[in-house]
Design a protein around this ligand. Sequence first.
Ligand code: ADP
Ligand code: MG
Length: 294
Amino acid sequence: ATMPPLLSAIANAGRHGVLIKSAVVMEQLGQVDAVALDKTGTLTEGTPQVTDVRPLADPGLNEAALLRLAAAAEHPSEHPLARAIVDAARTRGLDIPPVEDFNSAPGTGVTATVDGRRVAVGSPARLRGGPAQPAVTMAERLEGEGRTAVLVEVDGSPVGVLGIADGLRVDAAATVTALTALTGTAPVLVTGDNPRAAARLAAEVGITDVRAGLLPQDKVTAITELEQAGRKVLVVGDGVNDAPALAAAHTGIAMGRAGSDLALESADAVVVRDELATIPAVVALSRQARRLVV
Ligand code: ADP
Ligand code: MG
């Protein structure tokens, strides 16, 4: 017997390196007419590196002490920024002390008790505890260079800023072009990262609609608004922070390699081969299959 078109399309998608979870999903993919892309780990490689370690003059920690505290607080986190910070500390031969009372807030950052002090590491826009002017200036300068700036606080006071850089995927621009051709509109960038770094990266790949500084629920709102305007939205993401949007979208695709378990579960399909260009390919496959289904 010949295989039904949607099932052969699923097999074909598998050969492209995309796992499609059902025939219904295979069919829905071809209906999408808008795309929302996450930034960190989706348009970028997801293997960020710490490029700047900047203690504040007050209280005057040295670079090693700043990095050690940040790495300790981030150690239990699975976020790509956390891995970058822990790797940077290890590379410099720093010991990473154990922590207590670890807490993580998706889209914001982490807190933990290190050496009896409460350490917070995360978005400068959301963690700003007290009068943090020098830290904000430093963060904005790094963000202007396209970095993700991460603020480190001890017992509620800023002690320093880390700059983190993540390279664009090699196929990011080509994928945006292909998705624009398939849907007739350029994808939207939805990110929890800062607006400066987001706008810079968007310009490099040909995206003009940039929604930055979003919490996980804000990503859902952005998708829901597009769908209420009659669009069928494909969301592509990798993080815990993307899971609600992946679930809310008409179709959600998770990036598999560095993707969080929650994102993989919430998505309708998973990119296993870790190439962004597989996504327009499977949308095209779905459209071909739909033409064969009567
Ligand atoms: P994106 O939407 O680009 O994938 P996230 O929503 O995961 O980004 O993170 C948004 C922002 O929240 C980051 O740019 C960072 O400022 C902060 N953040 C989130 N998790 C962490 C963490 N574990 N450590 C430090 N900062 C974090
Ligand atoms: Mg991400």
